[in-house]
Design a binder for this molecule. Structure first.
Ligand code: URA
Length: 452
């Protein structure tokens, strides 16, 4: 690791590097060396480089970008800024899947048990929802008793007996990312492709999986609004983890409309259970099969995409994936009755209200960001990291792009415990939908696959 003494204001006693010079160099668009990047990350993590200088650096990166070499070096410096888990005692190939965040994205809940049923273990450090996007930990924690803060012994027990462990980020892991992310959030530097790539990849590499599969969302409800940016992010992340000796691939998937029908924590768990039972929405199932097929191919569990897909479909139909999900929930303390009687076990909001269509025609748009905001206002999301969310609320989207609707038919059902939010949320829902007399083309879910 970096052994250099910083002094407040960002000068180094040993190597003569100065924060000012590094800021200027980046501002001028010149490539930073590994030493300079290490110096910035270590200095900021240790508290020697103040927020104002780090903010200036992040803004310079935002405007000048980073070469793939710089992004790789930044990722490495962040990865080893804290502790990394000790995977001694775990055999077999470990996969981690990462989604860049979307609305109604409950893919992990299906994918982890699905690939585990096909012999590939999942070790995953997941996040919580922020703003209009949801987080896997919140969804899982809507199952009574489910725990994401596991001791080392519990972690090993889960992975060795079930083949799945999903937990939250600990304070000691990747502290550089936590500090930088907080600063990016308030300095308008969150949506920089190299900064996002370094942030995501540092957490993935720190957690130590052998295979990393990225689901890069693109569209209205995603971080990446354009296919060009999504592709740049996908290629950069796959490049970084491949350079680090891991196997990786990315899928670029549509997030203009919500994935599946359910948006909101317990509602999404119910929908994931439907897919694990071989039912559920086609788009969600198809994304899980695509990501699962890439995983099985990278893990050497299938020779061709067709063979991989067949193996996954068999695991769904035979109930093996559902059984894995049951074992996973039990191992992390969740109430196993959620499998047989989800509606009796999961929290469900007190009030339900249908929002009816004011016109007939075909649906041409369902703005994922607005639907995510609606769920957020109902109480499913948090404004700041410390907000408390309501796991029982959300939106069921009945009509999606290409569907025909008659005036008076329900577009969505809102689930809420606060009736006073109905009016503003109903307005947001109406703004999310666009209609036409003619049947529109239905956008393809998978836009591109990027392999390492
Ligand atoms: N998710 C992350 O972990 N980091 C980012 O910068 C964006 C999304």
């Amino acid at each position: 690791m970096i052994e250099r003494t910083h002094v407040q204001g960002g000068e180094s006693r040993e190597c003569g590097l100065r924060v000012y010079d590094i800021l200027l160099k980046k501002r001028q668009g010149r490539e930073l060396s590994k030493d300079e990047i290490d110096f910035m990350i270590a200095g900021f993590t240790a508290g020697d480089i103040p927020d104002y200088q780090m903010s200036a650096w992040l803004m310079a990166i935002f405007f000048q970008g980073m070469s793939s070499k710089e992004a790789y070096n930044m990722t490495k410096a962040m990865t080893y800024s804290g502790e990394t888990p000790d995977f001694l005692g775990i055999g077999g190939i470990k996969v981690d899947k990462h989604s860049t965040g979307g609305v109604g994205d409950k893919t992990t809940l299906v994918l982890a048990p699905l690939v585990a049923a096909c012999g590939v273990q999942t070790v995953k450090m997941s996040g919580r929802g922020l703003g209009h996007t949801g987080g896997t930990l919140d969804k899982l924690e809507s199952i009574p008793g489910f725990r994401t803060n596991l001791s080392k012994e519990e972690f090993l027990e889960c992975i060795n007996t079930v083949g799945i462990v999903i937990m939250g980020q600990t304070d000691s892991m990747v502290p550089a990312d936590r500090k930088i992310y907080a600063l990016r959030d308030v300095t308008a530097t969150a949506d920089s492709v190299p900064l996002i790539a370094a942030s995501i990849c540092s957490k993935k590499l720190a957690f130590g999986a052998d295979i990393i599969v990225f689901d890069v969302k693109v569209g209205k409800g995603a971080f990446m609004k354009s296919k060009r940016d999504a592709l740049r992010l996908a290629e950069l992340m796959v490049g970084i983890i491949t350079k680090e000796g891991k196997q990786g691939a990315a899928v670029i998937s549509d997030m203009n409309q919500p994935l599946g029908h359910a948006v909101g924590n317990s509602l999404e768990v119910m929908e994931a259970l439907d897919v694990l039972r071989g039912k559920g929405p086609e788009d969600l199932k198809s994304l899980c099969i695509s990501l699962g097929a890439l995983t099985l191919l990278l893990a050497g569990k299938a020779e061709t995409p067709e063979e991989a897909e067949l193996t996954l479909l068999n695991a769904l139909e035979a109930g093996a994936a559902l059984n894995k999900f049951a074992d996973f929930i039990t191992a992390q303390g969740g109430d196993i009755r959620v499998i047989e009687t989800p509606t009796a076990i999961l929290p469900i909001a007190k009030y339900q209200k249908e929002i009816l269509s004011t016109r007939s025609g075909y649906i041409t748009e369902v703005d994922a960001e607005r639907i995510g905001m609606a769920s957020f206002i109902l109480g499913a999301g948090r404004r700041t990291k410390d907000d408390i969310i309501d796991p029982s609320v959300g939106v069921i989207v009945h009509k999606k792009i290409g569907d025909k609707i008659e005036q008076g038919e329900p577009l969505v059902t809102l689930y809420t415990n606060k009736q006073d939010t109905f009016e503003s949320v109903a307005r947001l829902i109406m703004e999310s939908y666009k209609f036409s007399e003619d049947r529109p083309d239905i956008p393809g879910l998978i836009k591109q696959v990027v392999r390492g």
